[in-house]
Design a protein around this ligand. Structure first.
Ligand SMILES: Cc1cc2nc3c(=O)[nH]c(=O)nc-3n(C[C@H](O)[C@H](O)[C@H](O)COP(=O)(O)OP(=O)(O)OC[C@H]3O[C@@H](n4cnc5c(N)ncnc54)[C@H](O)[C@@H]3O)c2cc1C
Length: 477
């Protein structure tokens, strides 16, 4: 039972003015954002989910699967898929690379269970697409985690040691020749492969999920920003167009959750940016890369790349650029300095593409936590407002689990999901603004200088090396 009513800000005054993020290549390829379903002005629902990305839509679909008669509304500020879910790299990996973090929060048994569940999520997503006729261009090429600099050799040593200790080895060690062939690039020194990982076209997946949710009777309100909640036995969800009420509410607003006072210090929104080339199948085939691997390097400002189904190269970089006051502003729409960094690394990684045209580029927000793992739970002082944020650039497969966990919380089911180690954990917090932006920029600039020095074969300064160690997360977009 809620203890007292609270006014909970969901969107800050400044965020209200932010324009929608520009479309990604994926959303264009998928035919653009569909026309808005409905605008949320009134109504009562058993469950209201705020945010129409993977997390919000999986939550709705999991609730429907378990309780078909439940009335559910998804309320989306713009259109479903307009956030990170329609603009990511489309690499679909398990959480085995995060096994160290999972062990720290859950211990041996729970960490193993969650890592296996994240692996199973990949197959579940594929089955969902098959069942519902969603052509998400899924390609089974595995995930190749590589080292491109001497300092990054064996970056995965601790992960492999943990997997070994747990008796499950999802990675295969590759020979240098195999790495060269599987990446089509001369810069990779070493690599390991998670064969069960896939790539997909994320906008097609999120739009397919939206269609299925509508078919299953979920009400989707689009172009409907939620401004604040009034907690209580029935939660009032205030939007820019009216008030909708729900017995339970799920907050699935990714980096936008930085505006929610109870959640703001759990995440920091950071930039990740992707450039896409014109079709280059011939050039990539000629360099030996005939597979469909999703590739990452081991930089803190990680590079991640894959082919598109049309033979283009999509090359992303987690540049870590921060916005002022953690607002989801132009830093996360099309951030030119970040796009230039991504393009420069593409040209360095694939010198054979020196003359290739870049046809698309966009940026997006990452809801980074300190340990790269999400935080889910129930807002303090309430028993019916739940949240799932902090996917840290590794959310395509894990968001499926997130939906299972949030569905259990919303349905008050005590099970392996609502009681898992990710729920109501107390993670390390980021400092409040303006300290966060100031400190974050100092650290991020040190990371940039350290990585530029290493790439140029110079030794980074000791100060930059020390500061860069404070950066949260690595190896993910
Ligand atoms: C550039 C980039 C590359 C990435 N690459 C990968 C990758 O290769 N592999 C991987 O696993 N992960 C990747 N990720 C991360 C992945 O995309 C996310 O973890 C995943 O999509 C999370 O989904 P979500 O539902 O939490 O977020 P979102 O899709 O952002 O959904 C949140 C939604 O909430 C809505 N919203 C916000 N505030 C309000 C409000 N007040 N009222 C109503 N609606 C609101 C937003 O408009 C948005 O649509 C990447 C992310 C980015 C940005």
């Amino acid at each position: 039972m809620a203890k007292h009513t609270q006014h909970i800000q969901v969107l800050s005054r400044q965020q209200r003015c932010d324009p929608p993020l520009p479309l990604s290549f994926w959303m264009e390829e998928a035919g653009g954002l569909p026309a808005a379903t409905r605008i949320g002005t009134s109504g009562h629902f058993d469950h209201i989910i705020i945010g129409g990305g993977f997390v919000g839509l999986w939550t709705a679909l999991h609730i429907k699967r378990r309780q078909p008669e439940a009335s559910i509304a998804v309320i989306e500020r713009y259109r479903c898929g307009a956030g990170a879910s329609g603009r990511n790299g489309g690499s679909v990996m398990s959480w085995w690379s995060e096994i160290g973090g999972l062990l720290a929060i859950g211990g041996r048994e729970e960490a193993t269970r969650l890592a296996h569940a994240s692996q199973d999520a990949i197959e579940a997503i594929e089955s969902f697409c098959l069942e519902h006729g969603i052509d998400a261009q899924l390609a089974r090429g595995g995930w190749l985690w590589s080292a491109t600099l001497e300092d990054h050799r064996d970056a995965w040593a601790a992960v492999l040691a943990d997997c070994d200790r747990l008796g499950h080895m999802p990675f295969t060690l590759l020979s240098p020749q195999d790495v060269a062939v599987r990446t089509g690039s001369p810069v990779h020194l070493q690599g390991i492969l998670e064969p069960g990982a896939v790539t997909l076209q994320p906008a097609r997946l999120v739009l397919g999920m939206r269609r299925v949710a509508l078919e299953q009777g979920v009400t989707i309100f689009e172009d409907t920003p939620v401004t604040h909640l009034q907690s209580g036995r029935t939660v009032q969800v205030h939007t820019e167009h009216g008030v909708v009420t729900g017995d339970t509410v799920v907050l699935a607003t990714n980096a936008w959750a930085a505006a929610i006072p109870g959640l703001s210090r759990l995440i920091v929104p950071v930039n990740s940016s992707i450039v896409v080339t014109e079709p280059v199948s011939d050039l990539l085939q000629a360099s030996g890369w005939t597979g469909d691997e999703a590739i990452n390097d081991s930089q803190t400002m990680v590079n991640y790349y894959r082919k598109t189904s049309g033979g283009r190269l999509a090359f992303g970089k987690g540049t870590g650029a921060l916005s002022r006051g953690s607002h989801i502003d132009g830093t996360f729409g099309r951030h030119e300095p970040s796009l230039r960094l991504a393009e420069a690394d593409l040209r360095r990684t694939y010198p054979q593409l020196a003359q290739t045209r870049i046809t698309h580029g966009w940026s997006g927000p990452i809801d980074r936590t300190h340990d790269n793992l999400p935080v889910l739970g129930t807002l303090p002082g309430t028993d019916n407002i739940h949240y799932g944020i902090g996917w840290s650039g590794h959310g395509v497969a894990p968001s499926y689990l997130g939906g299972q966990i949030l569905a259990s919380l919303a349905l008050r089911q005590r099970d392996e999901w609502s009681e898992c180690a990710l729920v109501n954990r107390v993670p390390r917090r980021f400092p409040p603004e303006p300290l966060r932006s100031f400190g974050g920029n100092v650290i991020r600039n040190a990371v940039c200088r350290r990585e530029a020095a290493r790439v140029a074969g110079r030794t980074p300064s000791r100060l930059d090396t020390l500061l860069a160690r404070l950066a949260p997360g690595a190896n993910h977009p």
